[in-house]
Design a protein around this ligand. Structure first.
Ligand SMILES: O=C(CO)[C@H](O)[C@H](O)COP(=O)(O)O
Length: 432
């Protein structure tokens, strides 16, 4: 049972946004879905200052408001700022010096507010949670930060230990969705802090409602565990190459490689082929090396003679290959269309080459001016093809998903009648 509210666990929605008006609108929609507490997220506070706390307080006079200031120094001064602006709970970094935590707690007592200590990046979070409890904080937040989540960190296992060691209420944050919120509540969380999965949803109220339902009936939620590769593929299936390029800071897109047919999505791991103009032996032998879910990525280097056509494409289908990318030409477009395998290439041309057998399979190649190594993730859609280095695949997939969520919300605001420059506040954010 929650130590904060014995009748139900608390949902704290983290308004990790940049604009006060959007934050207030999303706060309203989240409350309609059943969220309890409103957090002014750190980016929002950095963007709008303490004024956002005042505006949230005016808009929601009865609600608990958290200022996620992540205080690291000058504890008393910053707690005073947050408290006077109207916050009820102020966030201090648990890894701040003891002197800062003590000063924050003293100021909090003076101004009648509470302190939440955020364990993000704490060296030994379990021991630190016990120490900050002794220093007088009111809540502990076990937190995997947004950048840490992208690299696969989560906070649940640490939270399970922390709840056994402290007596104050424990919050959890870090990429929570309906399923992980239920897991957290089952494991003893008093407060679940949810940012992206509510505030970047195209339907904020529905997303908050789904979390409310799972938090209130956590035992009914099904938790499915999948492998890292399955998770990466599932995420990449759900995002576009444009989302991925944004996540990679506009890198990774192959140049002059186009889909041969529209409407086909391709996700897989690279089997690379280095060949020479028109020599199709290695390209076709690579089909035998490929496994289910691979993408054959070929450098051939000619626009006038094709190392690939219908028969090779049909063989791929038999092996479960996810698609083919050719820096060079392809032929038999009519046959390939019927076969239905995604093929991306520089161009199409009727001429076939000769199977001479020069080249290599599964060495590093350059295709569409991008370096591709065997096992790198390759994604193709109507916008083109992107390469994700295998070492960063999970992180990039997660970041691309965040890009996609942010865009979903922008689409929704444009559907409601705004223009792109209005929703992005372009003028405000132009370089000064
Ligand atoms: O404090 C934060 C980042 O430092 C976020 O508010 C917190 O992680 C919740 O957001 P999300 O659910 O997107 O992780």
């Amino acid at each position: 049972m929650s130590k904060v509210d014995p009748t139900k666990p608390i949902i704290q929605v983290a308004l990790d946004l940049l604009e006060t008006d959007r934050a207030i609108q999303i706060a309203k929609e989240s409350l309609e879905g059943g969220a309890d507490w409103l957090e002014a997220g750190t980016p929002l506070i950095k963007s709008e200052g303490m004024d956002v706390i005042r505006k949230l307080r005016d808009a929601f006079p009865e609600k608990t408001i958290i200022a996620d200031m992540k205080i690291t120094d000058t504890g008393a001064m910053e707690v005073e700022m947050g408290a006077k602006a109207g916050a009820d709970i102020i966030v201090v970094l648990a890894s701040a010096d003891d002197s800062t935590i003590l000063e924050s707690v003293r100021a909090a007592r003076k101004y009648g507010v509470k302190i939440m200590a955020d364990l993000i990046s704490a060296n030994d979070p379990v021991s630190r949670s016990m120490e900050v409890e002794k220093l007088g904080v009111d809540y502990i937040n076990v937190h995997a930060g947004i950048d840490q989540q992208m690299e696969g960190q989560d906070s649940l296992s640490i939270m399970k230990e922390v709840v056994r060691k402290v007596n104050i209420p424990v919050a959890i944050a870090g990429g929570l969705d309906a399923a992980s919120c239920a897991e957290a509540v089952n494991a003893g969380a008093d407060v679940v802090i949810v940012g992206g999965n509510i505030v970047r949803s195209s339907n904020v109220t529905a997303s908050a409602k789904a979390i409310r339902e799972s938090v209130d009936s956590p035992s009914t939620v099904q938790i499915t565990k999948i492998s890292k590769d399955e998770e990466i593929r599932a995420i990449l299936e759900s995002v576009s190459t444009s989302n991925i390029s944004d996540a990679m800071h506009r890198k990774g897109a192959m140049q002059d490689i186009f889909p041969m047919f529209e409407g086909e999505k391709m996700v897989g791991t690279a089997v690379t082929v280095q060949t020479f103009k028109g020599d199709w032996a290695k390209a076709v032998e690579a089909i035998d090396e490929a496994k289910q879910g691979d993408v054959i990525v070929i450098y051939n280097g000619s626009r006038h003679v094709a190392p690939w056509g219908g028969l090779a494409t049909l063989s791929c289908l038999n092996k479960g290959v996810a698609g083919v990318v050719i820096d060079g030409a392809v032929r038999d477009i009519d046959e390939i269309r019927k076969i239905g395998l995604p093929v991306f290439a520089t161009c199409h041309v009727p001429n076939a080459g000769e199977p001479k057998g020069f080249g290599e399979i599964n060495s590093e190649i350059v295709c569409g001016n991008q370096t591709v190594n065997p096992g790198d993730y390759i994604v193709g859609d109507d916008s083109g093809v992107v390469v994700i280095p295998k070492e960063r695949a999970y992180e990039i997939a997660r970041r691309a998903k965040e890009v996609e969520k942010t865009e979903q919300r922008l689409f929704e605001e444009i559907r409601r009648g705004a223009t792109l420059s209005e929703v992005m506040k372009l003028k405000k954010w132009e370089k000064h």
